[in-house]
Design a protein around this ligand. Structure first.
Ligand SMILES: [Zn+2]
Length: 193
């Protein structure tokens, strides 16, 4: 299809929606998705915000207000292919989904793969690597989190539950740095050698 035809098609679709609204008497309805705006309390939402309106959860993604459940479903459909990348056989969502998410292959392929590893006498090595990569993932997440905490620890005072204003003497940052070091050391020590 030429570029012109694509534009014509998009225009036609928009027009059809507008006509449909006119026919239904919804003159005020915009046929395009409203952007960054929700009726409730005239609140403006920003990209990435998640909030509830009625019984639905909404978010703003790519500048467009979208239903979170719908997004999840779309993401799932994209992330779970019809055929196993390894054996090319159709996958069964109820059985293979869990395995695909973890290993990028269907249940049967994973069974075969693990059997071949056992046959090769590499099971212990394989298990160790799996465990260590889990710990690495955890380490990465922890570092992101604590670095964020450290970055935002420059606040000079806060109000206690009793209503007093307490000054921070900059020790918060040091405490965070200390606990960062300790936790990283601990997580590293969990790794199998
Ligand atoms: Zn497979």
């Amino acid at each position: 299809m030429s570029k012109d035809n694509v534009l014509k098609k998009q225009f036609a679709e928009k027009d059809v929606n507008r006509l449909r609204n006119l026919v239904k008497g919804k003159h005020a309805n915009k046929s395009q998705v409203s952007i960054g705006y929700t009726k409730e309390a005239n609140k403006i939402h920003n990209e990435g915000d998640v909030w509830t309106e009625g019984d639905k959860t909404w978010t703003i993604k790519d500048g467009i207000k979208q239903n979170v459940t719908k997004l999840d479903k779309a993401r799932e459909a994209v992330n779970f292919p019809i055929f196993c990348p390894s054996c090319k056989k159709p996958m069964k969502p109820h059985l293979d989904k869990k395995w695909f998410n973890m290993f990028r292959r269907c249940f049967n392929c994973q069974i075969d793969f693990e059997a071949s590893i056992r046959r090769a006498g590499l099971w212990e090595e394989y298990e160790k690597n799996m465990f260590n990569s889990d710990v690495d993932g955890l380490l990465g997440e922890f570092e992101l989190w604590i670095n964020d905490q450290i970055e935002h620890s420059t606040i000079q005072s806060y109000i206690t539950e009793a209503g007093d204003v307490e000054k921070w003497t900059g020790s918060t940052k040091n405490k965070l740095l200390e606990s960062k070091e300790e936790t990283i050391k601990y997580l590293q020590s969990l790794k199998k050698t």
